[in-house]
Design a protein around this ligand. Sequence first.
Ligand SMILES: [Zn+2]
Ligand SMILES: [Zn+2]
Length: 132
Amino acid sequence: MAKERIMVKCRQCGRVAAADEFILDHVYKRMVCPECIKDRRAREQVHEEAKFVREEKLSRKIEDKMPQRGTMQPVAKDQSFNPRMEAVKEQPAPASNGKRRYTCSKCTFEFNYNTLTKVPSKCPYCKASVNC
Ligand SMILES: [Zn+2]
Ligand SMILES: [Zn+2]
């Protein structure tokens, strides 16, 4: 009644399947049974999903880190924060000895100006009087 099918043992997985169902697979590089194809597809999908999950976890980890780090010692955050704070602190430091950087408004020559002794009183470059 039924058409006689030639059953062949799959060389990839050892399962027995109808010979006409065997497919030449480019990954296995041999004739494999339909189950192998299914397996491979499933595995590829798992791979894709695993990759996706990993990426999602990674981005979630970064998000997770922030509130957690906030309660703990904020190490990484401080490192990027400190140099800027110091740079801001250093620049406008009104020196107690009256010394400050003065930029000539006329020629933009930059020189040290002492606000206490008012020296130099003139721009050393263009001799314009210092107004401060
Ligand atoms: Zn197989
Ligand atoms: Zn000047």
